[in-house]
Design a protein around this ligand. Structure first.
Ligand SMILES: Nc1ncnc2c1ncn2[C@@H]1O[C@H](COP(=O)(O)OP(=O)(O)OP(=O)(O)O)[C@@H](O)[C@H]1O
Length: 226
């Protein structure tokens, strides 16, 4: 499903180059949840962004859903995202000019699903994260935790093959954190999808099949719990 080898990422140029990732690799199979853990600043988000194609590594090779990411142009990458990949980003998850149900429906509409059918599925996805009552609210009117649950609903609405989630429970209380954990787990185990989750949440990490620990831009350990 996902394979990365020799991934490094540098920012800046000339004397001001900062190397944030060094020779990182990981393999993710269908039916697996992989948690990426480590201290703040260790490179987790940078690595996850490279794995999902949101960022380009400086060196290394990443194969996602059968595609070498280096060979995909923006248009093909956008299509792969809309049809097969779910994202929960660390911030700025929702489009402020769309209401909550429109935000959740967006990946379906981009994949060509009719508006009425997309909105219906969006409301079902919102129901799964106990957010039906917020369907017509605007992102500016909901709490941080509600926005995060809406982002989780949006990431799962198109039944993606793989979900990348950066701190998906960071703004949630224990109960809602558990709801999100169960949703991801069901998606992975029942549909044979995969998820890659950057997290500081120990419960979420312990529920993963594989935990990858990062320190100073390198992978220092990985453990199998499946
Ligand atoms: N665009 C950028 N330009 C320069 N440095 C960057 C850039 N993006 C990230 N970095 C640096 O790379 C390092 C790793 O950042 P990253 O966000 O990947 O860490 P993280 O482990 O996800 O942290 P956190 O848990 O706090 O979210 C940090 O020192 C950060 O300042």
């Amino acid at each position: 499903m996902l394979r990365a080898e020799g991934v490094s990422r540098e920012f800046g140029s000339g004397d001001a180059v900062t190397r944030v990732l060094h020779d990182c690799g990981v393999e993710v199979f269908a039916g697996q949840t992989v948690a990426i853990v480590g201290k703040s600043g260790s490179g987790k988000s940078t690595f996850a962004n490279c794995l999902s194609g949101l960022d380009k590594p400086t060196t290394g090779r990443i194969t996602l859903l059968g595609h070498d990411l280096a060979t995909l142009d923006e248009k093909r990458m956008a299509r792969l995202r809309a049809e097969h990949i779910g994202f929960v980003l660390q911030k700025d998850n929702l489009v402020p000019t769309l209401n909550i149900e429109e935000n959740v429906a967006a990946p379906l509409i981009m994949s060509g699903v009719k508006l009425s059918a997309a909105l219906k599925r969006a409301r079902e996805a919102l129901d799964q994260v106990s957010l039906s009552h917020r369907a017509r609210s605007w992102p500016g009117q909901v709490s941080g935790g509600e926005a995060q649950r809406a982002a989780v609903a949006r990431a799962c609405v198109n039944e993606p093959s793989i979900v990348f989630a950066d701190e998906p429970t960071g703004a949630l209380d224990e109960e809602n954190g558990l709801v999100v954990q169960k949703l991801f787990r069901a998606m992975v185990k029942e549909r044979g999808a995969a998820s890659v989750i950057v997290t500081h949440d120990l419960d979420l990490a312990q529920g993963a099949d594989v935990v990858v620990r990062m320190a100073k831009g390198t992978l220092v350990a990985s453990g199998w719990f499946g």
